[in-house]
Design a protein around this ligand. Structure first.
Ligand code: G
Ligand code: G
Ligand code: NA
Length: 250
């Protein structure tokens, strides 16, 4: 395909960029963490969305190159941020499966001088499923270096309790498909309450994704949501404010 071809030949340094979307602590309004999201702008194809080009990069074997370029970009950017601001970076299935990729990430963190506890790696259920034993081993390695690990898009993959049971993770992100109908759908409400309880029992932070309206936010807070991300608070953007939220929580 044209996109596949474009990706093979892409000049990653100039065509890839990052945007950022803060996740907020709903009790204090402070930033909990800032998620970095990749953007690809190709001279011929224009903007291609990440859910199109990452799967393709996995197929063409370029995904590790993308990850390296993006992580270097992120570390450079973060060096200009206040030191109390944490951030997260998404790993692809093929990153999480490769020991060399883990060695590279850990070495880069150590060279950067950035406190590892500020860094969260987001991994999906699908990525873990690809090779569970490798994923578990690599998650342990990232955590041993002091970084945090979040299970992303929770609930839509092969959501198995095995992930919670056997993996040491720091954070779980509930997929936005459970949040979108939260105001009127008692089943979504039961699910998020159950996941909040489970996270509490395991000592795992829980983030709700895709909060778009004040009504959704109110209902989620009523059910005990602590950390939230979504267009209501901030859209992914090249620049964002380090200030705490006030308006939405007042
Ligand atoms: O950013 P939205 O902004 O369109 O992102 C769509 C999907 O692409 C999300 O599921 C997100 O996890 C994934 N994604 C965005 N940036 C990255 C990245 O840097 N690496 C990987 N592996 N996935 C990413
Ligand atoms: O799957 P992951 O959580 O990594 O990706 C986040 C994706 O969700 C990105 O594509 C981002 O642009 C998108 N996103 C973030 N906030 C919202 C929101 O409030 N509503 C919708 N529809 N998408 C969102
Ligand atoms: Na993510």
């Amino acid at each position: 395909s044209r996109i596949e071809q474009g990706l093979r030949q892409a000049d990653l340094e100039t065509e890839l960029s990052l945007v950022f979307q803060p996740v907020y602590n709903l009790a204090t309004g402070d930033i909990y963490s800032v998620e970095a999201l990749a953007r690809w702008n190709n001279p011929e194809l224009g903007f291609v969305p990440p859910d199109v080009f990452f799967p393709m990069a996995e197929k063409t074997g370029r995904v590790n190159d993308l990850t390296r370029t993006l992580f270097n970009r992120l570390l450079a950017e973060v060096a200009t941020w206040p030191e109390h601001i944490g951030f997260s970076f998404n790993l692809s299935a093929h990153d999480l499966a490769i020991s060399d990729m883990m060695n590279w990430l850990i070495a880069r963190i150590e060279q950067s001088g950035i406190a590892p506890k500020r860094i969260t790696f987001e991994v999906t259920e699908t990525a873990i499923l690809r090779d569970f034993d490798a994923a578990r081993h690599h998650i342990d390695r990232l955590r041993q270096c002091g970084a945090r690990v979040a299970l992303d898009d929770f609930g839509i993959g092969f959501s198995s309790l095995r992930y919670i049971h056997e993996l040491d993770i720091d954070c779980l992100k509930i997929d936005r498909s459970f949040i979108t109908p939260i105001v009127t759908n008692p089943r979504s409400q039961s699910i998020v309450k159950t996941v909040f309880d489970m996270c509490e029992n395991f000592g795992i932070d829980c983030v709700v994704e895709g909060v778009e309206t004040a009504e959704q936010c109110d209902v989620l807070r009523h059910f005990g949501a602590r950390y939230a991300q979504g267009y209501l608070f901030a859209r992914p953007a090249a620049k964002f404010s380090f200030d705490p939220l006030v308006s939405v929580l007042a």
